[in-house]
Design a protein around this ligand. Structure first.
Ligand code: ADP
Length: 163
């Protein structure tokens, strides 16, 4: 699988799947989550309610429609909330691995990831980048392209350097 980085807004990516850094309730939130629900429209939340009545566990992934976004699906993952004391790195790498597993179930060929847990959830940025790259490189998958979407120049430079 090819891994690349772009700077930009994940909601605008022309890929099969965009990944959402969601929370356990899966009913929307701030950051990437807010942007995805705004861009996708109400179909995304409807699908979250229908498909995930109990939400999702930390480290897990599940798909919904992407609504009005160019992508076909959203794969929602729940990163650990480092700020709240969830510091188990295996839960962060699990988000990337589970997202690729769900993407394979969907037959997706291209997927765009934000830096899960690196925003409000406060995971140290360099380690969030390394966890993403390591896991994308080591997970067997039929997905052909994984694009890390960096929000801002500083994140872009960091990911590009680590790649
Ligand atoms: P978390 O709660 O998992 O930390 P956040 O959404 O707060 O999730 O942040 C995750 C990362 O996504 C941060 O690096 C943040 O800067 C970035 N981000 C925020 N909005 C967007 C967006 N529209 N597209 C891509 N990345 C974004």
């Amino acid at each position: 699988m090819e891994i690349e980085v772009v700077e930009g807004d994940i909601t605008a990516q022309q890929v099969d799947v965009v990944v959402n850094a969601a929370n356990r309730a899966m009913r929307g939130g701030g950051g990437v989550d807010g942007a995805i629900h705004r861009a996708g429209g109400p179909a995304v939340l409807d699908d979250c309610r229908r498909r995930f009545p109990e939400g999702l566990a930390t480290g897990d992934a599940g798909w919904t429609t992407a609504g009005e976004m160019p992508a076909q699906w959203v794969i929602h993952v729940v990163g650990p909330n480092h700020r709240a004391g969830e510091t188990d790195r295996a839960q962060l790498t699990s988000c990337y691995r589970r997202a690729l597993e769900v993407a394979d179930e969907l037959g997706a060929r291209s997927i765009a990831f934000p830096l899960v847990s690196a925003g409000v959830y406060g995971w140290p940025r360099e380690d969030a980048v390394d966890a993403a790259i390591e896991t994308l490189r080591s997970t067997p998958t039929s997905v052909e392209l994984a694009r890390i979407v960096a929000f801002g120049r500083a994140s872009y430079d960091l990911v590009a350097q680590r790649l």
